[in-house]
Design a protein around this ligand. Structure first.
Ligand code: 3PG
Length: 306
């Protein structure tokens, strides 16, 4: 069996080593394609492979059609909006993710960006503290839960909205569940986004929600830039001088925000929530084990294109 690790944004070398070890033990060949410059490089590399590990790499129809032997793709991470699930299913390719494996890294970044913004981007002027402030967690999955755990260490009051998680589970974590999304934004000085990007959520973070946030509001996005309604985001920036936005990767309207609203935003230059050695090892090793388990025993746990 031949497995390709295709990562435009490479894993830490220690993670690649551990992935290789798992495939060596299984008697598989490992190929690595990192930092590739064009989609053509990927199209060429997938020709002979039986399995793939990817991150946010675009696995579209063209890639799937070029991969004639492909049986499984594992997204080492949570969001699989980069993979064409319909085409994968039509071609009998199993798609999996590795839920929870990189969530602590993403949660730490969310809190880190909050501290950075609360301290005025470390410009030396007096800022504010997170202690005693309300944090609304929009979707209480793996990352949301880690965010709540760390935020409590800062002394924040945590609230969460997630229609798919039982209120008891949220309460048991010491977080207050709210009944609807509007209430979450009304009650939270900080809102941290943890929803996936899909047809229901794209551009769903709009002016109607944002305008409800109290004074000195900060929106924290370590999810996907596509979930933000960018015209509404700009409107919010214009109408509310107290509003701030921190995001793991810049929005399309970053230049406008930079020129019109200095000091009120922070964007990472590259998506880096999951860019820690630990997260790379956790997600990469989980992905490798899932591939072996599927190819050897037909184990389909974590399949997302059922
Ligand atoms: C995820 O969906 O797991 C995170 O957004 C991390 O994505 P990345 O592996 O591309 O950094």
């Amino acid at each position: 069996m031949k497995i390709l690790i295709a990562t435009v944004k490479p894993f830490a070398p220690v993670a690649v080593e551990q992935i290789r070890d798992i495939f060596n033990e299984a008697g598989y060949e490992t190929e690595v394609l990192e930092k590739y410059a064009s989609q053509d490089d990927l199209l060429h590399a997938v020709k002979e492979v039986d399995g793939m590990i990817v991150r946010s790499d675009k696995i579209d129809r063209q890639v799937l059609e070029a991969a004639g032997h492909l049986k499984i793709v594992v997204r080492a991470g949570a969001g699989y909006d980069n993979i064409d699930l319909e085409t994968a299913s039509a071609r009998d390719v199993v798609v999996m993710n590795t839920p929870g494996q990189n969530s602590n890294a993403v949660a730490e970044l969310a809190l880190g960006m909050m501290v950075y913004m609360a301290r005025n981007l470390f410009n030396g002027k007096p800022g504010t503290e997170l202690k005693g402030k309300t944090l609304g967690i929009h979707a209480y999955g793996h990352v949301g839960r880690e965010v709540a755990r760390i935020a409590k260490g800062f002394g924040m009051e945590t609230l969460a909205y997630d229609p798919f998680i039982s209120k008891t589970d949220i309460i048991n974590d010491g977080t207050i569940p709210v009944d609807n999304v509007e209430e979450l934004y009304e009650k939270s000085r900080y809102v941290s986004l943890h929803i996936p990007a899909n047809e229901k959520t794209v551009q769903s973070i709009n002016y109607d929600l944002l305008k409800r946030m109290p004074e000195e509001a900060t929106l924290v996005n370590t999810a996907r830039k596509e979930i933000i309604h960018e015209d509404d985001l700009l409107r919010m920036f214009r109408e509310r001088e107290d509003f701030r936005y921190v995001s793991d990767i810049a929005p399309g309207c970053a230049e406008t925000i930079a020129s019109e609203f200095p000091g009120r935003f922070f964007f990472t230059p590259k998506k880096m929530g999951a860019q820690t050695a630990e997260a790379n090892i956790n997600a990469g090793v989980a992905a490798a084990r899932q591939i072996v388990a599927f190819l050897e025993r037909g184990d389909r746990k974590f399949q997302v294109n059922k």
